[in-house]
Design a binder for this molecule. Structure first.
Ligand SMILES: [Zn+2]
Length: 179
């Protein structure tokens, strides 16, 4: 949905709606860890992007999908508050994911070279497991929607979300994305 420039004076720039946090692209998120709600001064800069899910139908041709997705996607740079403990866990998940994933790739290659199906399968299994481990362990939130003005995320800590005011903006002015 395309909205014109905002002309209303908003009392808040961050809201919650259901399990979602909705905020202006320029809003500064509360300095509490999005994973555990602990106070923190650490932030991670994340570029979030979204495009209409219908574009996934174009995946039958990967090149066309990439071109269309890059043209249609909406992005926002978000400073995500995260505590030391969760930042460390996130880094560990990524490092372990890379190490196990690369070892799995090597095992896969060795298995194919040695004509050993069990070794190749073990390597493939390690690559898949490492990818899932890195993805789950490093995930901060799920992007629900990004448009010209607003970002909508799901999956932040429920206590973090409870301290944010509920969505109270006239839907005529800024309708929440369907969830
Ligand atoms: Zn934390």
């Amino acid at each position: 949905m395309s909205l014109g420039p905002l002309t209303v004076d908003l009392p808040s720039r961050i809201w919650r709606s259901g399990g979602m946090v909705i905020f202006w692209k320029a809003a500064e998120l509360p300095r509490r860890c999005v994973r555990c709600n602990a106070p923190t001064e650490n932030t991670l800069r994340r570029r979030v992007s979204w495009h209409h899910p219908g574009l996934y139908l174009l995946l039958v041709n990967f090149v066309i999908y990439i071109v269309a997705a890059l043209a249609a996607r909406k992005t926002a740079d978000v400073l995500v508050p995260i505590c030391d403990r969760h930042q460390r866990r996130r880094r560990q998940a990524l490092v372990v994911g890379w190490l196990v994933g690369l070892s799995g790739l090597a095992a896969c290659g060795a298995g194919l070279g040695l004509d050993s199906v069990p070794v190749a399968l073990l390597g493939l299994y390690a690559v898949c497991g490492a990818t899932v481990h890195a993805f789950v362990g490093s995930r901060l939130f799920t992007v629900v929607h990004v448009d010209e003005h607003l970002v909508r995320l799901r999956g932040v800590d429920p206590a973090w979300l409870r301290d944010v005011p509920p969505w109270d903006i006239d839907p005529e002015v800024m309708p929440p994305a369907e969830s």
